[in-house]
Design a protein around this ligand. Structure first.
Ligand code: ASP
Length: 436
């Protein structure tokens, strides 16, 4: 059994957190490959080391004195090293970082040092080998991530290590230039390592006990999702639920490796297991999760005999393309069709867009409904069950929510409803309670 364990910034914010992480790793032989983030916030209002590094480097680039922020960063690591009673000096590393900053080595290099240094501390603490991610996570000369090279380099290098620490978030080009993934990118590194070593499980340790069925700001104390498929997760994250970096899914998904989201502060909790294939749910939960977003606009078009007119929808899409506008859904009826667009995608150009629809499509009627919210109720089991939508719509009617739109994805793993923004929270609570 081989596991890759990734720890987020809050799990490594200070020595006490490091000790919890050490206990977790040592409690299972199989936890052999460790991917650390940089130290995160120790308390609300604290600053992540990555953010300190960005700020520090900005000063260096502006030729300002950056020594006080650098000392603050150094102190974050020495606080951990002292707390763990490690015999480790990072003086050489900091000397090099200071010189590189002064020589304007680049923002991405600067940010990556948070993980680099934390990897050094982690390797010393565990007695594992340190593998610099710049050597095994590869970006091409244009700065695009090179999945194939990375997989080769990583698996070759890690074959030689029984146990290793590979810092998250960054990699390198062939010429040695450091590149980072986008923020939260250590999740991606963990996923790449898991794929390369054919891990049985990729454990992603954070400060929550998994994905919640819905947003805790709307429903008090929602249940934790025990298992979820990658597809369901995609539907829920698209609608706003997030715990994991989006790009962390693909590498493990194709390799059929489950991700287990775990809580460093409550290691006894099972967390959430994300798998490729759905578990047989028996008579259990039909609904896996509920997520949603506010602020959409629906443009509804009506035209007599639209159903016989060729190319009507194509022309709608061409107009949206002209406006560089993404659409979310196109519910249609016999002589009607609507497009659902997020307000951020409309970018304040609704009137112009409606004008274009009028001129180019000559509809008999066109109506806009602003301030709409979309809610996705997701569950892979719903396609085999009867009465799921009846229950959902019944719950919304009982809660006095006016349903403005209904869509069911062709995959039949979700039902999407459109409601007014003002009914958003009430609707989510009603759906949650109906299926809880
Ligand atoms: N330290 C980086 C960030 O704050 C990457 C990570 O934590 O995954 O975004």
């Amino acid at each position: 059994m081989k596991k890759v364990v990734k720890f987020g910034g809050s799990s490594l914010a200070n020595a006490e957190q490091f000790q919890k992480v050490g206990d977790i790793i040592r409690s299972e032989e199989s936890r052999r490959y460790v991917v650390p983030s940089a130290p995160g916030k120790r308390y609300a209002g604290d600053t992540k080391v990555t953010d300190l590094l960005y700020a520090c480097y900005n000063k260096a680039e502006a030729e300002q004195d950056f020594s006080s922020i650098l000392t603050e960063i150094k102190e974050r690591y020495y606080e951990i090293i002292r707390g763990l009673k490690l015999d480790l000096s990072l003086e050489e590393e900091f000397k090099k970082i200071e010189a590189d900053f002064a020589a304007h080595a680049g923002t991405e290099y600067a940010a990556s040092r948070g993980e680099f240094l934390n990897g050094k501390v982690m390797a010393a603490y565990l007695g594992y080998e340190f593998v610099d991610a710049a050597e095994v996570i590869r970006f091409d000369k244009n700065g695009n991530f090179d999945a194939e090279k990375t997989d080769k380099l990583l698996s070759k290098r890690l074959q030689k290590c029984e146990r290793a620490v590979i810092p998250g978030f960054y990699g390198g080009k062939e010429d040695g230039t450091v590149k980072t993934f986008s923020r939260g990118g250590s999740d991606v590194t963990g996923s790449l390592v898991a794929k390369a070593i054919h891990a049985d499980v990729y454990e992603n340790w954070t400060d929550v006990s998994g994905f919640l069925v819905t947003d805790p700001r709307i429903v008090d104390d929602p249940a934790v999702i025990e298992t979820i498929t990658y597809r369901e997760l995609r539907e829920l994250s698209y609608m706003g639920a997030s715990v994991l970096h989006e790009d962390a899914i693909y590498p493990v998904r194709v390799a059929n490796i489950p991700i287990n989201i775990r809580n460093t502060n409550f290691p006894q909790d099972y967390g959430t297991m994300i798998t490729a294939e759905p578990e047989d749910m028996g008579d259990g939960d039909v609904i896996t999760g509920i997520a949603g977003k506010k602020d959409f606009t629906v443009i509804a078009l009506y035209k007599h005999m639209m159903s016989t007119e060729r190319g009507f929808v194509r022309r709608i899409l061409a107009i949206l393309e002209d406006f560089d506008c993404n659409f979310e859904h196109i519910p249609s009826g016999i002589d009607t069709v609507s497009v659902v667009i997020s307000n951020s995608s409309i970018k304040g150009r609704l009137d112009e867009m409606v004008d274009a629809f009028r001129k180019q499509l000559e509809p008999d009627g066109i109506e806009c409904f602003e301030n709409m919210a979309l809610i996705a109720t997701v569950g892979h089991g719903m396609n085999r069950r009867k009465g799921v939508s009846a229950k959902l719509f019944g719950a919304l009617a009982d809660a006095n929510v006016n349903l403005r739109m209904i869509e069911q994805g062709s995959s039949e793993i979700n039902i999407i409803v459109g409601v007014e923004n003002k009914d958003f929270e009430t609707a989510i609570r009603a759906i949650y309670n109906a299926f809880a």
